[in-house]
Design a protein around this ligand. Structure first.
Ligand code: NOJ
Length: 746
């Protein structure tokens, strides 16, 4: 045997040992689950399917229940949500250990963008297009949360959202399916690492499914959509989450085409557990089993429980329908015990995989908790993610970055000295932690600048309301400064769950104050804080420089200062379309062509247009500026025809011709020119985020395979149809630098 073959042999041997071990381990877990199941009474089995809220932090209607401890002791509860901290989780677990079979509790929590160290809201992070950074953010959130006794986060939310009125748009990755899949994968992997490791938490892909398409952008609302759109736009990020190993799924509040998702057998049993082979478990959303009565799809809780368990919802979050009805459903022979056994086994399996049967307090270690929550590496990563999430929307005459030699800067606006606002919705209030660890914008600038710069402050106005009494002071302060930084936006809880808005403009009199600040003739840089794309035409058209700063988390102030003064060159790009009026909503870049398309705003008669408004967005998907300039050249395709079993490669050279080093997000789009069903005018199919030093250039290559050319036809078959494809490479969906056609041949 030569050396090469010997190496191969050793590799094969090692792999077989590895797989044999994994199989053996899995087998033992399956055997342990089966053995435990045999010992369980039906009441104990149903207990595992029952999840209660701890007494604080309800995110839905609560049931007053002073008997939780007793129920846990009797083995009637499988999981708690919203219990936080080693002290609290340990005390509940202790009670579970008094139960007959000592089955440990699972502690679940919405750890959406960090635990103590708060990262930017997910939509902001998505704007970085930086998958590694997002994965790291999730990893750090998991490290902190798991050290605090948490086993399971209800994240990532992988709902595609095309409607900024919907408050939960802040919680996802935006409007694009391809990017949504990549981010879903990064976040699942980040949260979970290797399940069972001490700093890992189970991920939960939610909300299954199509919750982001709620009619009118109103939370919890109905969804009505074609199967083709469901499969092509809304389901793929969930599939990506399954493929990345997501341990759990959560179903959604909405009905889908008349069937509540919670009782939707097609979604949960047929697609998720059937076609996709998902081996984890599904938790309902808060009370959503009982809420099927309000939908009108069931008469009472008994029918609600029947509908949900049959459809494949394994765990009941807070509705108590399972607890009160499953025994009778079995006795009435409406469901088999096998159905319950399957749900229980899925949950027990995860408890075994987490190692909770070996040590129910495995994740409850006060020392580890203290160390994890005070980890400076976590803080540095949060700052890094925050600066990567800031989008430079406008920069007339290169007013940014600001010079650190400025003598006087005025910081004006209702957000400047805020702490908690910066954390955004779905932040976690960690027990015993006060808000002083959050870096305000005021503090961030103080940290950045030396004693030679005089920082002035005026609040000017509130976020909401009509009070202009602070305007005069703000204008006076502005007049004394060389540059004004005006910080405005929505409140942190104007987006998030149940935070839909019909008016998505900047609230209150903030834009009126901006007008007066601009009238002073001073250069004004505007920071916009929000959990969604807002409408701010006055600002967009009149302010010389705009940074979209979202909610950046606990390091917000430092990150904003990094970008304002050029210690970081902004690179983020939008992942949702920014409308110019709420009347354009839903507006998204990858729409179909109509029979009467619009090619410009002037010729709209008898065209698919508005008579009173442009059809074009204010900022298109994929848009964002940099302090430097990137030039695209040397475009090439390695062939003009491609067979389905081959790949085709496109390459491009990007040169940084500006003064600053920086990153560019290069985007690859495709359009299937003629197909058996109408195709979008443009679709993101790949991207690369590259760092290029000033004066240097890089050549990158995209590889296009059959997968990227495929779509769901009207029979819901995933097909790549022969014919012409247009390939586009650009800096944004509306900034295409190069187009070329190639043909897919049989
Ligand atoms: C309801 C929300 O829809 C869901 O996303 C969240 O995980 C649960 N409440 C628990 O807080």
């Amino acid at each position: 045997m030569n050396i090469k073959n010997a190496n191969k042999f050793i590799l094969v041997l090692m792999l077989s040992v590895f797989f044999a071990n994994t199989n053996a381990q899995q087998k033992t877990i399956d055997q342990k689950v089966a053995a435990l199941l045999k010992q369980m009474t039906i009441e104990e089995k149903i207990g595992q399917l029952n999840q209660y809220n701890d007494d604080a932090d309800a995110t839905g209607p609560t049931t007053v229940d002073n008997d939780k401890a007793n129920q846990i002791r009797k083995g009637q509860v499988g999981s708690l949500l919203n219990a936080k901290g080693t002290v609290r989780t340990r005390s509940w677990q202790k009670i579970a250990m008094e139960s007959r079979l000592k089955i440990p509790l699972l502690f679940g929590l919405d750890v959406i963008h960090g635990y103590k160290t708060t990262f930017p809201i997910p939509l902001a992070e998505a704007a970085s297009w930086d998958l590694d950074a997002m994965q790291l953010g999730a990893r750090i959130a998991a490290t902190e949360a798991s050290a605090s006794g948490i086993h399971w986060t209800f994240a990532p939310m992988v709902d595609i959202a095309r409607d900024p009125r919907w408050g939960r748009i802040m919680e996802g990755a935006g409007e694009d399916t391809y990017l949504g899949c990549k981010i879903a994968e990064a976040r699942v992997k980040g949260f979970q690492g290797k399940l069972g490791d001490i700093n890992s938490v189970m991920a939960c892909a939610k909300h299954f499914a199509a919750y982001g398409a709620a009619v009118g952008g109103r939370d919890y609302n109905s969804v009505d959509m074609s199967d083709r759109q469901l499969w092509e736009v809304y389901l793929p990020p969930f599939k990506a989450a399954v493929d990345a190993g997501a341990a759990t799924f959560m179903n959604s509040f909405n009905d889908l085409n008349g069937v509540p998702a919670t009782g939707n057998k097609m979604l949960q049993r047929d697609i998720l557990k059937g076609k996709w082979g998902f081996k984890g478990f599904v938790v309902s959303d808060w009370g959503s089993i009982g809420e099927m009565q309000n939908h009108g799809s069931v008469k009472n809780e008994y029918e609600a429980a029947l509908s949900a368990i049959t459809a494949g919802s394994d765990m009941d979050m807070e509705s108590r329908c399972y607890k009160n009805n499953l025994t009778k459903l079995v006795a009435d022979k409406k469901i088999s015990i096998a159905l319950i056994d399957d749900a229980v086994s899925r949950i027990l399996k995860k408890k075994f995989e987490l190692g909770l049967f070996d040590d129910p307090y495995k994740y409850c270690n006060a020392d580890r908790e203290t160390a994890a929550l005070n980890n400076t590496t976590h803080v540095a990563a949060a700052r890094d993610m925050a600066k990567k999430s800031i989008i430079l929307l406008k920069n007339e005459n290169n007013i940014l970055p600001l010079s650190k030699a400025l003598k006087t800067i005025a910081l004006i606006g209702p957000m400047v000295k805020q702490l908690k606002q910066n954390k955004g919705f779905w932040d976690v209030d960690v027990p015993g932690v006060d808000s002083n660890f959050i870096v305000s914008q005021w503090k961030g600038l103080q940290n950045k600048l030396g004693a030679n710069t005089n920082l002035l402050y005026a609040k000017g106005c509130n976020i909401e309301g009509n009070d202009k009494s602070g305007f005069a002071e703000a204008i006076e302060v502005a007049k004394q400064a060389e540059v004004v930084v005006f910080s405005m936006g929505e409140k942190r809880d104007m987006s998030g769950e149940a935070k839909s808005r019909s008016d998505i403009s900047i609230p209150g009199v903030q834009e009126e104050l901006l007008k007066e600040l601009l009238a002073t003739g001073k250069p004004v840089v505007v920071l916009i804080h929000a959990g969604r794309p807002l409408v701010f035409n006055y600002t967009a058209d009149n302010a010389p420089a705009i940074l979209y700063t979202w909610w950046l988390g606990s390091e917000a102030g430092n990150a904003i200062a990094d970008v304002l003064f050029g210690d970081y060159n902004p690179a983020a790009k939008t992942t949702t379309t920014f409308p110019r009026s709420v009347g354009q909503v839903p507006i998204y870049y990858n729409h179909f062509n109509t029979g009467r398309p619009v090619t410009n705003d002037k010729e709209h008669l008898y065209r698919s247009a508005y008579n009173d408004l442009s059809i074009y967005p204010k900022y298109a998907f994929g848009y964002g500026l940099s302090y430097t300039k990137f030039e695209y050249s040397n475009f090439a395709l390695n062939k003009k025809t491609v067979k389905a079993n081959e790949t085709i490669e496109a390459s491009v050279t990007i040169a940084n011709t500006g003064k600053y080093d920086g990153e560019e997000i290069v985007q690859l789009y495709l359009k299937d020119k003629v197909a058996s069903s109408v195709r979008p005018i443009i679709e993101l199919k790949d991207f690369k985020k590259i760092f290029i030093k000033s004066g240097e250039s890089k050549t990158i290559k995209f590889v296009i395979d059959k997968e990227k050319l495929s779509f769901y036809n009207t029979q819901l078959q995933w097909v790549a149809e022969p014919g012409d494809f247009e390939l586009m490479i650009g800096a944004a969906s509306n900034d295409i630098k190069w187009k070329e056609v190639f043909e897919l041949v049989k």
